[in-house]
Design a protein around this ligand. Structure first.
Ligand SMILES: Cc1cc2nc3c(=O)[nH]c(=O)nc-3n(C[C@H](O)[C@H](O)[C@H](O)COP(=O)(O)O)c2cc1C
Length: 162
């Protein structure tokens, strides 16, 4: 039997789980850059190398990601919190801030990140009220920078190693 789960309670409880913060990007069918702040990113498989993330079905970014053969996952450093806020809002020209270059398939890659994972789309399917995107990793970059952390609706600096 299904137990009714209140969406607000679900969001609140799942928000206790601390995550990193990414900006996932692609190029739309007209060649325009598209991206959004995303913390549903995760590792999926080592062989083949696969990662996943999910996008709200009603997102204005959806047509672009459905059309794009590639996406880039930019794992934000803690100094990039303003970019995280920018890419989580419906601002007109999100890419006017930050230093961006073209990655695989034209997906925008951000300078100064803790890591960048460039992917070819491996799978995309609707699951619940989101689409699940799976990417095959094409290239990896990393830098010894502290990552931005998100938990319980707030941004955090990474704590001490224990
Ligand atoms: C920390 C954080 C994580 C987020 N993670 C996701 C996510 O995984 N998937 C998603 O669809 N939206 C996520 N969002 C919301 C989007 O960033 C936000 O709705 C954004 O405006 C979507 O861009 P768009 O309106 O251009 O589609 C997140 C927002 C924040 C602040």
């Amino acid at each position: 039997m299904d137990i009714p789960i209140d969406p607000k309670t679900l969001r609140h409880t799942l928000g206790r789980y601390a995550t990193g913060v990414t900006i996932v990007t692609c190029r739309d069918a007209h060649g325009e850059p598209v991206g959004l702040t995303c913390n549903s990113f995760g590792s999926l498989s080592l062989d083949p190398p696969l990662v996943l993330w999910s996008l709200r079905s009603a997102s204005p970014s959806m047509p672009a990601f459905l059309a794009a053969g590639h996406f880039a996952v930019n794992v934000l450093a803690d100094a990039q919190v303003e970019l995280s806020r920018r890419f989580a809002s419906p601002v007109a020209d999100k890419f006017a801030e930050g230093q961006w270059a073209d990655g695989a398939g034209g997906a925008p890659v951000l300078a100064g990140c803790a890591a960048v994972i460039e992917c070819a789309r491996f799978d995309a399917r609707p699951v619940g009220d989101h689409w699940l995107f799976v990417g095959r990793v094409l290239s990896l970059q990393e830098a010894p920078l502290a990552p931005l952390v998100f938990q319980a609706g707030h941004y955090h600096l990474l704590g001490e190693i224990i």
